[in-house]
Design a protein around this ligand. Structure first.
Ligand code: 13P
Length: 284
């Protein structure tokens, strides 16, 4: 199967009240782990690629291994740019073969965010690529993005509704209290904001910063309108913990396959658990 836009999941996820997971690619092993998890869980899945990951892996490699994964998987896979920072990077990804893009104009004033997002939507939709927009400022650190806790700003429902009406993005990320990275305490998720925005727009809400959010909060967020959940840090933690353990046990190990293989298995287990939690297992 070829890579699909995220709109391929939209109707079924909405009808059956589940969310599709975006799992970020960091290297080949992540791509393999996420693909195997999707196959075993019979789940649709979104590969998330940040600009930092793209620089690390190489754009051509990202597209080649994602296309190979989609061809082999037999489950729908979207290749999605995570937090695209400009029209140029969005176009570069679309030309290279991405099936979906996020344009993150959340740091611009509302009018400017709307104007720039509309340009991205026009270009992307013309070639069948889905678009995620963002409003409000999500805290925490993710690659090039570093937002201090005091600078994180919740999305205002009226603004989010207007943003969607004017841009018609396919998926709408709004800041509702989650953050990128692990949490010190428990995140306070504003379900009321999710519910109000979801009720008034024609697109699912995206929950960024899915790592470390308690299971009950995830389930509740899906009930009130979340249709896509992003996870990266939990997979990274699982991966690195295994590598540390293997190398502690065998300090003389020099074959990368001996520690990356078990790390890949650990990432797969994290992803499978999230797919079950999000309700996307056994949907294809
Ligand atoms: P976490 O790393 O906190 O899981 O967040 C991932 C994310 O939101 C990617 O956009």
């Amino acid at each position: 199967m070829a890579l699909v836009p995220m709109t391929a999941f939209l109707e079924d996820a909405k009808k059956n009240k589940y969310a599709v997971g975006q799992f970020n690619l960091n290297n080949l092993e992540f791509t393999q782990a996420i693909t195997e998890a999707a196959i075993e869980e019979k789940s649709p899945v979104i590969f998330g690629v940040s600009e930092g990951a793209m620089r690390y892996m190489g754009l051509d490699n990202v597209v080649a291994i994602s296309e190979a994964a989609a061809k082999r998987a037999g489950v729908p896979i979207a290749l999605h740019l995570d937090h695209g920072s400009s029209f140029d990077v969005v176009m570069k990804c679309i030309r290279a073969g991405f099936s979906s893009v996020m344009f993150d104009g959340s740091h611009y004033p509302l009018e400017e965010n709307i104007r720039l997002t509309k340009q991205v939507v026009a270009a992307a939709h013309a070639v069948g690529v889905s678009v995620e927009g963002e409003l409000g400022t999500i805290g925490g650190v993710e690659d090039d993005l570093d937002v201090a806790e005091e600078d994180a700003a919740l999305a205002k429902p009226a603004e989010a509704i207007r943003f969607w009406e004017e841009t018609k993005v396919d998926y709408m990320a709004i800041a509702v209290g989650t953050a990128h990275g692990m949490y010190k305490g428990e995140p306070k998720i504003h379900f009321d904001i999710i519910e109000e925005v979801a009720r008034n727009i024609g697109a699912p809400i995206v929950l960024h910063g899915g790592s470390g959010v308690p299971d009950e909060a995830i389930v509740k967020s899906i009930q009130v309108g979340v249709g896509k959940i992003n996870v990266n840090t939990e997979s990274q933690v699982a991966c690195t913990e295994v590598i540390r353990r293997v190398l502690e046990q065998k300090p003389n190990e020099i074959d990368p396959r001996k520690y990356l293989g078990p790390a890949r298995d650990a990432i797969k287990e994290v992803v499978k658990g999230k797919m079950r939690l999000f309700g996307s297992s056994n949907r294809v």
